[in-house]
Ligand binder design. Structure first.
Ligand SMILES: [Zn+2]
Length: 299
């Protein structure tokens, strides 16, 4: 297969770094059909009509500089906007000091790799509260991220750290916690995972009114920083009293319902990046895109 040139592709890897021009859709992780071949990965995504990819470094960033640069090149050629999901086992407020340190190092490494891969957002879970009070874990996590940013923020060449809404109620990452963290720290934006919000709220955050309230809180707390950098995760999900239990397909029998969210995007004119963490990520991203297109067409 050869790389197909598109009008968006100009070979410049430092494109679109601040204000998103459009609503973007893409999968979390490589499509399995590409069998790990990065050239195929980006062809598949572009040919599907999608415009984003969240590179899954969920078991750690185990690639070389050379491969990272190649990924950035293919992404730019195919007009795909990149984000990166850092390791699952980041735990910035861990009771184990060594874990806290390796967690910081993982984020520093992600910042270093970001410009090579064309990545502008580094998504991660801050981890547990480490048995600390909410205030204590807030300051431990905040201090850790501040150190990461002071040491390595410049390496990311505009990449932002994007802590995610936690799917488990007990983990660090509620709406309040993320607004407080991102408002006090330079270099951070929130990742809104609507499936996690649905699971945390035991299915309550599932209609236009509740979606609008969440968006309003982030907008009030973070202003244009939030609006200009909307990074959303979508998926179907199963939950228990503790929060998320299992990701499921989007647009099927599992909530949350994304139609009201798309109605808001359509009506207000927000320009989020939607990353599908559905069990079949490309299919989920296409479903979300279809819903928004239908709304736009019916106006
Ligand atoms: Zn997520």
């Amino acid at each position: 297969m050869t790389i197909l040139m598109t009008p968006i592709a100009n070979g410049n890897s430092h494109w679109r770094n601040d204000v998103l021009k459009d609503v973007l859709f893409g999968p979390a992780g490589y499509p399995p059909e590409a069998r790990g071949n990065p050239k195929k990965v980006f062809e598949i995504i572009r040919e599907a009509g999608l415009t984003a990819l969240e590179y899954a470094a969920v078991r750690g960033l185990n690639t070389s500089e050379e491969k990272a640069r190649l990924i950035g090149k293919y992404a730019a050629y195919n007009g795909i906007t990149m984000s990166l999901h850092a390791a699952y086992y980041i735990s910035l407020a861990s009771t184990n000091m060594e874990t806290r340190e390796t967690s910081k190092q993982r984020l520093i490494k992600a910042l270093k790799f970001a410009p090579w891969m064309g990545v502008k957002r580094i998504v991660f879970h801050a981890g547990t509260h480490g048995g600390l009070s909410d205030d204590e874990s807030h300051s431990v996590i905040k201090n850790a991220l501040q150190e990461v940013w002071e040491q390595a923020g410049y390496l990311g060449e505009g990449a932002l750290l994007a802590p995610e809404i936690a799917g488990k109620i007990k983990a660090f990452g509620s709406v309040e916690e993320l607004i407080r963290l991102c408002s006090e720290l330079e270099g951070t934006i929130p990742t809104l995972d609507w499936a996690h919000l649905y699971a945390r709220s035991q299915g309550e955050i599932n209609d236009k009114d509740s979606y609008l309230k969440i968006l309003q809180r982030f907008e009030d707390g973070l202003g244009s920083l939030f609006v200009k950098n909307m990074h959303f995760h979508i998926s179907g999900i199963e939950y228990t009293k503790a929060g998320e239990s299992k990701h499921q397909p989007l647009g099927s029998e599992w909530g949350p319902d994304i139609l009201p969210l798309m109605e808001i995007v359509d009506e207000v004119g927000y320009k989020p990046t939607f990353i599908s963490e559905s069990t079949e990520p490309i299919r989920g991203a296409l479903y979300a895109k279809y819903v928004l297109e239908e709304l736009e067409n019916s106006r």
